[in-house]
Write a protein that binds this ligand. Structure first.
Ligand code: SF4
Length: 387
């Protein structure tokens, strides 16, 4: 009897593990980091495509970076064959990300769009990520998990009350605390179950006015859910987040230092869109970067938007260099190859302003949101890492 329990546990644990021939994702192997393609090809190259598969969502988070584009109904998707053809043409494709809204909001989207795209990717050995709030029925995630590499969730809470306050702040209808608590429990249960069944679950937290002084407690809950990675980004004032209070860079730095002191050494910590650079004037910020570089199981990812990635709207076909969409569309998949749209962006003056590279620091410059917020008058192409 005991033997069969052990056996069924083993089978459950491997149910959603990726096939053996794919190199495991790890701090040493993060194909989403644009520094890899820059090193390999000597210039920024399109290796990553993100699809917006829905504008529907059951939540309305106060910080939602695409909140202004959320809707109550939506048009039909473009034919999947067109998308697969456009993906076939991307010469150096390595990763695909699927985002929303909540991508699983409609079951038809799961069946007709998400699963076919993931199966296509798996057949080409391309790595995939789905951005989800995992608050819906487990069966939706169960359909997706066998073909998926990374289930990416947002987690900024220490209790159901936080989730209610943050998650429904911009909701057109009032959502009661009991209904919200049920979703909170389901999100935790789904994340835990997917992790137990072998899926790589990566939980992202924002550093902002609500989380900066309890980020270590949030980290503990993420570890308890069995997530393999904790991804941490500062919040930037885009879309719904535009009117939220911002914290000072010092507070951000202190929150990250505390998190490094308190973190579990077994969970990969991935930091991104940090406003600190090795060419910066502030020695404390440079020291923090040096520490992030030294610590085992910790990485700082360069921002993919417009560096190795474009975003495609699966309804209109419009192509963006960032899913924040503050920069207008750069082309359309109905008319153009993605490599061609990407090439045009590489020659754009906005991209030129932040197109720097210091190989010794493993850095390829700030993204446009960060540069707009903190470095408006700085020409990064004239700076060098101080190492
Ligand atoms: S690559 Fe750019 S942002 Fe990074 S250290 Fe060098 S000059 Fe600074």
């Amino acid at each position: 009897m005991q033997g069969s329990t052990t056996e069924s546990k083993t089978i459950r644990a491997e149910r959603f593990a990726p096939p053996d021939h794919l190199l495991p994702l790890s701090p040493q192997n993060d194909p989403w980091d644009p520094i890899r393609s820059l090193q390999r090809y000597g210039r920024h190259t399109l290796t990553s495509v993100e699809f917006t598969v829905t504008h529907l969502c059951n939540m309305r988070c106060e910080h939602c970076a695409v909140g202004d584009s959320l809707a109550m109904t939506e048009a039909p998707h473009l034919p999947i064959d067109l998308m697969l053809r456009r993906l076939d043409e991307v010469e150096h494709l390595e990763t695909i990300s699927l985002t929303g809204g909540e991508p699983t909001f409609r079951e038809e989207t799961v069946r007709n769009i998400i699963v076919p795209l993931l199966r296509y990717a798996r057949s080409r050995g391309i790595r995939t990520q789905l951005n989800s709030n995992v608050t819906l029925d487990y069966s939706r995630y169960e359909q997706i998990a066998p073909y998926l590499d990374v289930m990416h969730i947002s987690f900024n809470y220490t209790a159901p009350e936080d989730f209610h306050e943050v998650g429904f702040a911009r909701s057109p209808r009032a959502v009661g605390t009991a209904a919200s608590a049920k979703l909170y429990e389901r999100m935790i249960e789904n994340a835990r179950r997917l992790s137990q069944e072998g899926l790589f679950v990566s939980a992202e937290s924002m550093i902002n006015f609500r989380t900066y002084n309890k980020i270590s407690d949030i980290h503990k809950l993420i570890v308890e859910m069995g997530c393999r990675r904790h991804e941490v980004h500062p919040m930037y004032p885009s879309s719904f987040a535009s009117d939220l209070p911002m914290i000072a860079r010092d507070q951000m730095l202190e929150a990250i230092s505390r998190l490094l002191d308190d973190r579990s050494p077994d969970v990969w910590m991935l930091f991104g869109t940090l406003p600190f650079y090795a060419c910066g004037d502030n020695p404390r910020e440079r020291e923090l970067l040096a520490r992030l570089n030294r610590e085992p199981n910790v990485t700082v990812r360069n921002d993919p938007d417009g560096r190795n990635r474009v975003n495609v709207n699966l309804f209109t076909g419009d192509v963006y260099v960032t899913d924040f969409a503050a920069i207008p569309s750069f082309g359309n998949v109905k008319e153009e190859r993605l490599d061609d749209v990407f090439e045009r962006w590489q020659n754009h003056p906005l991209q030129a302003r932040v197109n720097c590279h210091c190989p010794a620091a493993g850095c390829c410059g700030p993204n446009l949101l960060v540069s707009d917020m903190y470095y408006r008058d700085v020409d990064f192409t004239r700076r060098r890492a101080l190492l």
